[in-house]
Write a protein that binds this ligand. Sequence first.
Ligand SMILES: *Cc1c(COP(=O)(O)O)cnc(C)c1O
Length: 386
Amino acid sequence: MIVKKFLCAPGPTAVPAEILNEMAKPLIHHRTPQFDAIIAENAQLLKQVFKTQNPVVTFTSSGTGAMEASITNFLSKGDKAIVVSAGKFGERFAEIGTAYGVEVIELKAEYGKDVKPAAVAEALKANPGVKAVYSEYSETSTAVAFDIKGIAEVVRKTDAIFVVDAITAAGCMELEMDAWGIDVAVAGSQKSFMIPPGLAFLAASEKARKMMETSNLPKYYFDLAGEIKSNEKNTTSWTPAVTIIIGLNMALKMMVSEGIDNVIKRHYIIAEAIRVGVQAIGLKLFADVPNVRPSDAVTAVRVPDGVEGKKIPDIMQNKYGVTIAGGQGSMAGKIFRLGSLGYMDKTDVIIQLQAMEFTLKDLGFQFESGKSVAAAQKFLLDNIKL
Ligand SMILES: *Cc1c(COP(=O)(O)O)cnc(C)c1O
């Protein structure tokens, strides 16, 4: 039998054929009116995804480039910053800060949990002079969504800026940059944007742009002030990933024509159907629900006792054609992660659950075949108009 391939990871995500075709056209030069118009349109469309009037710049880099830029462009040597973390990506913020000589105060919770706004308020009180608070929104490594609206409410009352890694949240979960008072939000192309890796986005509020003026950390490629100036002239500072920016233009138009709020609703329905499905055969979510909100980008599932967890992503990919993600770092072999991010439809729920069932049978886990698929299907029937 042939093995048909499905990319269901929480990044990189599947790219629609029409976008691939658009990106396959002969290359254009980046210093042309034709390309300037695309840059200008993307900048406007990105604002709709972030729900902001602030400038949203596009860097040619993976998401981590924008995370780094969100430190180097606002902070100065020796500044104190609180990093809220309960997973691998939160830890990355702390590592970048430390690398640049920032005094990082880590506010940690166990993997699978989150850090509550009240804890952030306490930490801000205990550490006067903190310049910024960094947090994940959707912590992709644990599939937990942090209460960003709540944390923003706490931070906006202080002089600190609030920086959010929205890399798997933008275009996936509710994100109201301006209304909630987020100062800096970052995202990446290979997540909800349905295009290949290579672009990172960063939006910055007026409060953040003020801090940018005094920031003395080293920066060159990721110099935000320069990039904002270039963008105002509808161009970029350096040679951008032209092909992916063209793909982005089509992807953003698709997202806006579906309606950003509908895109977010779709992500919830797909993710919830997966959550319902896995629990129907007795599997447990890794996210500490209901104490935390699960992310709608990805579902982390605990590997059941007696099953060799590291084999699950391998068998799903190599034998059944469905690429998902395993656990990162110390979570390797303990969880596996099903995707609901980006170009995802109800059918992708069924594809993943059935490949998961086949794989778990192969690995000796006992359950009633088809039950996860049936439960997810029932949820989909009850919750969407087919
Ligand atoms: C994917 C991801 C990143 C960025 O990773 P890159 O490999 O640099 O694109 C950062 N944060 C989160 C939450 C992510 O999911």
